[in-house]
Write a protein that binds this ligand. Structure first.
Ligand code: UDP
Ligand code: MG
Length: 324
């Protein structure tokens, strides 16, 4: 029996890319006849006619299946829904704008057949701006230094995941997701390959600096609690400095009878300590907010239709909950 590969394609307002996507997917299936293929599109609450295009694809070729989410949840959750509905022995995640080259797929499959369970693609060249590159480098360094799990740099969601990885990821039901970190966290046998990121042919990117900043913050707080420790360390350092300064003032007053002076030093100290306190509170708040959100135990997403079928309470994956 042939093994089945699912290509998972989260799509948000990608109507203009659908023709290209269709052609590329047929190319993949044509060039790799040794496998059964499933092209699973997750419509992440698109506001253009992406859904209509997807439905047409599904009607014309049953290998195209789709999950229609009830609203826009963001790519991370869209991928989560994809993991829940994918039926393949392995899942390849790709962007619907086809910025990931399908020519890497045979190489991924080769390593998978060799026994690697997570074949991730690393960008060889990047046409991102200098600022974006530098900030991302700095971010990875920071992340790597505060966690014990090895972080993969320059790799994104373009990768092949074996069923064991998919099942592992399906068991991680947190709603504020940083899937990039999860790939590293779950472990399993990993192999990196190189690829050239292509230009986006149609439509526009959905990321801006604010989104990226939020994603980065989510990544930090999802990976590590070390900012909390940094807050404690800052507290200790500040108290120590304060204590030494207190002794200095005491001695000074006792020996020289120095009158109270130094309005500037006082202001600086108050402002500095106040800043540190607010920062620490903010850090605690970041984590507390995440605890609050997760503690509600809401299903991470709701599905409207799966392959023309309205999803009711009977479908196990329908609420995004898993029986465990
Ligand atoms: N995407 C999504 N939901 C969103 C935003 C993006 O499913 O809320 C999908 C989008 O359709 C695309 C992929 O995520 O397939 C990557 O998005 P984009 O190309 O805008 O990001 P970039 O490649 O510029 O980083
Ligand atoms: Mg893109």
């Amino acid at each position: 029996m042939k093994k089945k590969i699912t290509i998972l394609l989260p799509a948000y307002n990608e109507a203009s890319s659908m023709q290209l996507l269709h052609d590329k997917m047929l190319e993949v299936a044509g060039e790799n006849p040794g496998y059964d293929w499933e092209f699973l599109l997750v419509n992440d609450g698109s506001t253009d006619n992406t859904l209509e295009c997807i439905k047409e694809l599904h009607a014309s070729d049953p290998r195209f299946s789709y999950v229609d989410l009830s609203r826009n949840y963001g790519k991370e959750i869209a991928m989560m829904a994809g993991f829940d509905y994918a039926t393949g022995d392995a899942v390849i995640i790709m962007d619907s704008d086809m910025q990931h080259p399908v020519s890497s797929i045979p190489e991924m499959l080769r390593y998978w057949e060799e026994g690697y369970q997570d074949v991730y693609a690393q960008r060889k060249t990047s046409k991102e701006s200098w600022l974006k590159k530098k900030t991302s480098q700095l971010y990875y360094k920071l992340l790597q230094n505060t966690t014990r799990i090895p972080i993969q740099q320059n790799s994104g969601d373009f990768r092949l995941l074996d069923r064991v990885c998919v099942n592992a990821l399906r068991n991680m039901r947190e709603t504020q997701r940083n899937t990039k970190g999860m790939y590293c966290w779950i472990g399993f046998r990993k192999k990196g390959i190189q690829y050239d990121q292509l230009e986006r042919a149609h439509g526009t990117t959905k990321w801006n600096y604010w989104n990226l900043f939020n994603l980065a913050l989510d990544g930090l707080t999802a990976y590590t609690t070390s900012p909390l420790r940094i807050a404690s360390i800052m507290g200790i350092v500040c108290s120590l400095i304060g204590f030494v300064y207190l002794i200095y003032i005491l001695v000074n007053t006792l020996i020289y009878g120095d009158p109270v002076a130094g309005y500037p030093t006082m202001m600086v100290t108050i402002l500095f300590i106040g800043g540190v306190q607010l920062l620490s509170l903010g850090i605690i708040g970041e984590y507390l907010g995440r605890v609050f959100n997760e503690s509600k135990h809401r299903p991470p997403y709701f599905v409207n239709t799966y392959n023309d079928r309205q999803i009711g309470d009977d479908a196990p994956a329908a609420t995004g909950k898993q029986s465990n």
